[in-house]
Structures are given as structure tokens and as C-alpha cells.
Design a protein around this ligand. Structure first.
Ligand code: DON
Length: 614
């Protein structure tokens, strides 16, 4: 990929902080003191999976305390939230990472980010044995990083041999029954989880996964339940940087977690994960360069989470239009078109976009309820919506209930399956009479349905539903005399097609002009080898295959009958060979009618373009 200006910004930032050499590597774990203290890497990964990295972003180091946040997520998934909270509180301690901040009577640690809380958290991971617990931790962390992770056994052994304070904390927790079972076994899980080897890129991806509602933006694999995201980010925001947490949230403004291995990961929800690796630490155990870089990145790119963006009507409703300006692709006869031109305003489509949250859903509601005369058919198109949260789902349910109670038809289309939105709606809407219609595969089918309903409501009578439409009723035969109709009729062939029977295929020679006398056919284009798209529908009293009037052309679509249909056709080449006056007259009229049909289509397209550009 080409280097983007953002790559260059990151490179500059890296160069600016290379000379910052304050702080010292952690040496209370002897093995940690051996790392190359000059290492320095920065990585940013967006929720779209775009990766930006500079410096030593691919060298491995031990995750240390950063593991605490992710293990807390696992503990919440594996237990009832209230049970987890009964074992570990979520209150910032304002003290060092290894402080023994326990509630006086219960012995409950202050939060899961200090060692005492983290050891208690590790014990809550599902697993009969310590081995099962650590296997689960490594497995879940691997979902965040998109690669299998390993333990640095030298660091693990080193901490195990020297971690007397953590050993004391474990036994104290056992004394208060915060831990059950063998405190040494839990301690071993904790030491192992701290020794898992990651890179700066891994950390950025772990952050981006939290930013992306728990789904790894590169692999698409979910690492954490969506409902636990605020819990994990909440403790990271309030406690992740220990006794620097207040300053951090004030200056950098992103939930974050640091580790004595020199890593820091920060998360901007909905946007990105940022990670820095530089082993020199300040006296609070946080990477000196890590803090400086995160502050600079946050300031330079306005990443403080409290710089909230405003949800606007234009970012939520891409466009809104009615059924008189935008039609389904169904080809209808003139009288039906007139009804729809006149009454199509009763169909209103809202193309929604972006993240549907409380305020965006409220905007949609407000916009709809502002109509003095509510349209009879309301289509909400979610095709460009990237997410829908619970509050928005609830509001859309309320809207559907209100509108259906007023006798309106509400249609929801284009909800990606991944939202689980349809199921959530069905759970919330206990009274099925208020369900919006949700089974249309696309906007065109929904529009077609609404148009049929309008035509029915306005007593439009089709030319025929039981007997075939006569040739003189076909718009392309307008103004033909009885003799001319008879002439054409004598050259017609006719066939009845069953449902789903192919009438002609893409690539075939277009040498026939067809009339739909009864039934209905669809025009399908092949998007690729296994995907087709219905382009339009052609009803009785309409023709297709006009390309055959224009010489030797190939068919550009498949035509398939939608139901039992009577189709007739003639071969224009034979007509052109006959130079008799009657044949010439017919040719002239066919071309004139084709030109006026094409002009009408152009006018309709103009109207569509105008309404879409509003
Ligand atoms: O508990 C310990 O001492 C280490 N294994 C982890 C400490 C840590 O990373 C503190 N964070 N800055």
C-alpha cells in the first residue's frame, strides 16, 4: 500500500521521542532488567483494521499488567457480574500497582487493575485447574491478537522466584475467602498470564478489538462479549494507570492499561487501539515514552474521548424520498404509472447510515413524527447502518408500535445479519401485530410491495389478470391500424412459460422482440459467478427485448418468468426484410413508440436524480 500522510506523522512522532531516555527498566523481576531499554515502537490499528506501525513494533516483550484488563473481561464472561463484583470492587485505589488495597472487613480488592484485584480476577477464569485457566487466558488473548501466543518462561520463572509480595497478597486473599482453593495455584496462573509475550502491534490490535465492540477488526473473530466492553473499558479508564489514572484521563482521555514490560495500550471506543512499547518506566511503573507519545497522539489527532462528535440529521439520514420520485424497477403500464405519480407520496423511504444510538434513533423518530400527514407506508433502509445498540433498537420498536397502531405499514430492510437486530426486535416487540415487515430482500421488493398496495387502495384496474393482453393494448403498438396489428399478429409466435422458467439468457443473440401478454417476468443480471441481482420486473402489457430492433446485439441479462406467463414474440429481422408499405408503417410506429417510451424513462430518471440530489 502507498504510504499515507498518517504514516509520516507517526514516523515524525517516533523521531521526536527517540531522544527521551528518562526512566528505568523494571528490575524487581531480575529477568526484566535484561531487556534492551532502547527499544521503542508505536502501533495504531483502526476499527477498520488499518495498521500503522513504526520502530520496534514487532519485537516481543512480556504483557505484564496489561493482561489484567483482558483477564477481567474473561472473568466477567465466565461468571455472574455481581459475583465478580463481590470478589473485586471497581473503585480506583489511587495507589501503586502492588498496593494492598483491600476493603477493611471483607478483604475485597479495590479494583481488578492492581495486583490484589488481578490475582482475584485470575481465579475467576473458568477452569478446574490452574492449567485450564491459563490455557483459556492464552486462547482468548490469541483471539484479540489474531495469532497464537506463548509464555516467556524465563520471565515467568524469574517472577515466580522473586514475587514474594504477590505471594503474600494471594495468601491474604485466601484468608479473606476472596480466593478459594490453593492460593499458589492461582498465583501461578497470574505469573504466567503476566509473562505472555506480545508485540506492540499485538497490543494495538487488542485495543482495536475493544474499540470495535469486542470483534477483532482484522480476523472478524469476537474476543469479548459486547455487553462486557463498557465494564472492561470502565476499569481501564478509572484504574488502568494506577496512581497516574486521574492525570491520564485528563491529559490523554482514553481508557488504557500499562505494564512493567514497557507496554501501554489505549483504546478510543469506536475508533482505534494505540500501543506504545518502550521499557524505561517512571516511578509509578508506567512507560515514560509511552505516556509522552500517547499524550502527543491524543493532542495532535484530537483523540480525547470527551471530544464527542455530534450526531446530525445528515449523518443519520443519508436521504429520504417518496414513492412518486423513486419507483421500484417494476415496468408497469401507463395507467398504473399515473396512479403512482399522483399517490406515490404516501410511500416514504428513509436511507439510514452510521451508528444507530440513542440520539440517532431519536432523530429518525423526530423526522418521521414531524409529518403532519404521516405517509401510509414507511420504509427504513438500514443498508448503510454500521451498528445498532440496545437503546436505538428499543426506540425503533416504540416507533414501529406507534405507527402500526395508527394503521401505517412499517418496513425495515437491509439489516445485516451480524447485528442480531431482527432477533432483538422480536424479543422486544412481544405483540407480534406491531412488528414491522422485515422479510423483503431489498429496497426494490419493498417498494414494489408498497406500490401494489397503493394501486389496490386507489382502485387501479389492471388491463387483464386472466386473459392475455391483446397486441393493440401494448404501448409499443400504439396508433397501429387494425391491418398493421393483424400483420404483426400473423408473424407472432407464442408460448406459455411456467414459474422460474428461463425465457432468454445473457450472451444470446438478441433477435426477438417479446410481449408479456399474461403473467410477469423478471430481468436478472449476473454480478459474479454466484451472485445475481434482479434488475426489474416486467408485467402484462409491457414488452422487452427492444435491442432486437437495433440490429445484431447480445442480450445483457437473463429473463425468467415469475409465474405462469404467456409470452409472444416476433423477429424484427424478418419485418425489416419486407419492404411493403404496411411493414414500413409498422417499423416507423415501433421506433416512434420506442422513442417515446425511452423518453418517459429518461424523464423518470431525471426525477429520481433530482430527488436524490436534494
Ligand atoms: O505483579 C507484578 O509485579 C507484575 N507481574 C505485573 C506488574 C505490572 O506490570 C505493573 N504495571 N505497571
Amino acid at each position: 500500500m502507498n504510504v499515507t500522510p498518517f504514516h509520516q506523522h507517526l514516523e515524525e512522532l517516533y523521531q521526536n521521542f527517540l531522544s527521551l531516555k528518562e526512566g528505568n527498566v523494571a528490575d524487581y523481576i531480575p529477568e526484566l532488567a535484561k531487556v534492551n531499554e532502547d527499544q521503542f515502537g508505536i502501533a495504531i490499528i483502526t476499527v477498520d483494521g488499518h495498521v500503522y506501525q513504526v520502530g520496534d513494533s514487532k519485537s516481543e516483550f512480556s504483557i505484564q499488567s496489561i493482561s489484567k484488563a483482558f483477564t477481567y473481561g474473561i472473568a466477567l464472561e465466565d461468571n455472574d457480574q455481581s459475583f465478580v463484583e463481590s470478589k473485586v470492587d471497581v473503585e480506583p485505589s489511587g495507589e501503586a500497582f502492588n498496593s494492598i488495597s483491600l476493603e477493611p472487613d471483607s478483604g475485597r480488592p479495590k479494583n481488578p487493575m492492581i495486583n490484589a484485584g488481578a490475582i482475584a480476577t485470575s481465579s475467576l477464569v473458568k477452569g478446574e485447574t490452574g492449567q485450564e485457566k491459563i490455557d483459556r487466558i492464552i486462547d482468548v488473548f490469541g483471539k484479540y491478537t489474531g495469532r497464537k501466543l506463548d509464555i516467556d518462561f524465563d520471565i515467568y520463572e524469574s517472577e515466580k522466584n522473586t514475587g514474594h509480595r504477590n505471594r503474600a497478597i494471594s495468601h491474604l486473599l485466601r484468608n479473606y475467602d476472596i480466593l478459594s482453593g490453593d492460593p499458589e495455584e492461582v498465583l501461578d496462573v497470574y505469573f504466567r498470564q503476566c509473562s505472555i509475550k506480545v508485540t506492540c502491534r499485538d497490543l494495538a490490535l487488542m485495543g482495536a478489538t475493544l474499540a470495535n465492540d469486542g470483534v477483532n477488526p482484522i480476523t472478524g473473530i469476537r474476543a469479548l462479549d459486547s455487553e462486557q466492553i463498557p465494564n472492561v473499558l470502565g476499569v481501564m479508564a478509572s484504574c488502568g494507570m494506577y496512581d497516574y489514572s486521574g492525570n491520564w484521563i485528563y491529559r490523554v482521555g482514553m481508557p488504557a492499561k500499562s505494564g512493567v514490560g514497557g507496554g501501554i495500550v489505549a483504546v478510543l471506543p469506536g475508533q482505534l487501539g494505540l500501543a506504545v512499547f518502550s521499557p524505561r518506566l517512571d516511578d509509578k511503573g508506567n512507560s515514560v515514552r509511552g505516556i509522552a507519545v500517547c499524550e502527543a497522539v491524543s493532542k495532535t489527532f484530537d483523540l480525547h474521548m470527551l471530544h464527542s462528535t455530534r450526531t446530525t440529521t445528515s449523518s443519520t439520514i443519508r436521504r429520504s424520498y417518496d414513492g412518486s420520485s423513486i419507483r421500484s424497477k417494476t415496468v408497469r403500464d401507463i395507467s398504473a404509472n399515473r396512479v403512482l405519480d399522483k399517490y406515490g407520496k404516501d410511500i416514504r423511504v428513509f436511507d439510514l447510515a452510521g451508528d444507530m444510538q440513542f440520539v440517532s434513533a431519536e432523530l429518525v423518530m423526530h423526522e418521521i413524527m414531524a409529518y403532519e400527514n404521516l405517509p401510509s407506508h414507511i420504509i427504513l433502509n438500514f443498508r448503510h447502518v454500521s451498528s445498532i445498540n440496545h437503546a436505538a433498537t428499543q426506540q425503533l420498536c416504540d416507533l414501529s408500535t406507534l405507527l402500526t397502531n395508527k394503521g401505517k405499514i412499517v418496513i425495515f430492510i437491509g439489516m445485516p445479519k451480524s447485528f442480531g437486530f431482527t432477533n432483538k426486535l422480536k424479543l422486544l416487540l412481544t405483540d407480534s401485530t406491531n412488528w414491522p415487515m422485515m422479510d423483503f430482500p431489498d429496497l426494490d421488493r419493498a417498494l414494489e410491495y408498497c406500490e401494489e398496495q397503493l394501486l389496490e387502495n386507489y382502485d387501479w384496474v389492471p388491463l387483464s389478470t386472466s386473459s392475455p393482453v391483446r397486441l393493440e393494448e401494448q404501448p409499443i403498438c400504439l396508433d397501429m391500424s387494425n391491418d398493421e396489428i393483424d400483420y404483426l399478429e400473423n408473424h407472432l409466435k407464442r408460448k406459455t412459460y411456467d414459474t422460474d422458467q428461463v425465457i432468454c439468457c445473457e450472451g444470446e443473440l438478441a433477435d426477438r422482440m417479446f410481449f408479456v401478454e399474461l403473467g410477469q417476468v423478471s430481468v436478472w443480471v449476473n454480478i459474479d459467478s454466484n451472485r445475481k441481482r434482479r434488475l426489474n420486473v416486467i408485467k402484462e402489457a409491457s414488452s422487452f427485448g427492444e435491442a432486437s430492433l437495433l440490429g445484431t446485439k447480445k442480450r445483457i441479462a437473463d429473463i425468467v418468468s415469475d409465474k405462469k406467463s404467456v409470452i409472444s414474440w416476433f423477429e424484427p429481422a424478418a419485418l425489416f426484410q419486407d419492404t411493403s408499405q404496411i411493414s414500413l408503417n409498422i417499423q416507423k410506429k415501433l421506433f416512434k413508440n420506442l422513442a417515446s417510451q425511452t423518453f418517459e424513462k429518461l424523464q423518470r430518471s431525471d426525477k429520481e436524480i433530482r430527488s436524490l440530489s436534494k
